[in-house]
Design a protein around this ligand. Structure first.
Ligand SMILES: [Ca+2]
Ligand SMILES: [Ca+2]
Length: 310
């Protein structure tokens, strides 16, 4: 069995275990007490299939959710994107279909960009039509995607341990000189590319790592790496700004939402305790965190208050 098949079969196992162990997630899982400043507002439990990424697009006031639907590397043609409102109302479960295992989402202008195994796909937000599929040669596990103000797209290949830059349809490797630690979550913040790493050399048996990933940034011009967390932090997935000078990240395997301050100090904001906390969205103005649980197949809307500083 090659590495790709092992990853594929493992994810099927996880998904089945998750379903069996959690036949009906209830409010009690996360409600109220978790971390004091976190409260569950809503939960979408039906119609989603291995939801990986939630992205809030302010102009359309819409949360887009990618559904891998199956294993994360299978070219099965059944992946789709759902549209939700910020109150958890489902607008359109299968807004865009015909993808394989869509993961990271991020818009620039009226284009929604999607990472899909070894392609970067663009979707016209107005029409919901796929406009381009750009192959990324050599990629095996495109995961999160980020867009810069000038429209440049960055995409992380977690298993390939690479980050690619896409400009005007041309794909090139970015930051080849540095140790990317199996990059997953990406976010452009000014002239920096924030990166949440999974951790080097994940096991082909269960994705575990001997050393988890750190949170760092890459200079968009030079590709130079600067650590935000000096020590390994987690099997990191989503990366968002918290609106107060810090960051909100997820640890997929631990099932946690973490807050990291500008000095790199981390605290656990929410502990779901089940593997699968994937790539979240955060709306600082509404203190709303939208968290897809990829293994158990639901999306949570949580109130996560800004930290009390000073
Ligand atoms: Ca699929
Ligand atoms: Ca991800």
């Amino acid at each position: 069995m090659n590495t790709r098949s092992m990853f594929a079969s493992l994810f099927v196992t996880w998904t089945m275990l998750g379903t069996a162990a959690c036949s009906g997630p209830s409010q009690a899982d996360t409600g109220g007490e978790a971390a004091g400043s976190t409260k569950e507002l809503w939960r979408v439990t039906t119609g989603l299939a291995q939801p990986e990424s939630a992205y809030y697009h302010a102009p359309s006031q819409t949360i887009y959710v990618s559904n891998v639907n199956g294993t994360p590397i299978e070219k099965d043609g059944n992946g789709y994107i759902s549209k939700l409102k910020t109150d958890g109302t489902v607008v359109d479960l299968q807004w865009v279909t015909g993808l394989d295992a869509p993961k990271g989402l991020r818009a620039h202008g009226s284009t929604l960009w999607v990472a899909d195994i070894d392609q970067v796909v663009s979707i016209d937000i107005e029409t919901g039509k796929i406009t381009k599929r750009i192959p990324v040669e050599g990629a095996t596990f495109l995961n999160d995607i980020a867009t810069a103000d000038d429209g440049t797209v960055y995409v992380a290949d977690t298993l390939g341990n690479k980050i690619y830059r896409v400009q005007d349809g041309q794909v090139a490797e970015f930051a080849q000189e540095v140790d990317l630690e199996s990059p997953n979550g990406l976010l452009v913040d000014g002239d920096r590319l924030l990166v949440g790493a999974w951790g080097p050399n994940p096991s082909p048996l269960d994705f575990s790592t001997e050393v988890p990933g750190r949170f760092y940034w890459l200079d968009l011009k030079s590709g130079a790496k600067t650590l935000i967390t000096k020590e390994p932090l987690g099997n990191l997935d989503g990366v968002e700004l918290d609106g107060s000078g810090g960051y909100l990240l997820t640890d997929f395997r631990k099932g946690q939402v973490l807050r990291v301050d500008a000095e790199g100090r981390s605290t656990v904001v929410l502990d779901i305790e089940t593997m699968g906390a994937a790539d979240h969205a955060y709306l600082p103005g509404e203190q709303l965190l939208v968290l897809p649980h990829m293994i158990d197949g639901y999306v949570l809307g949580l109130r996560v208050e800004a930290p009390h500083r000073g």
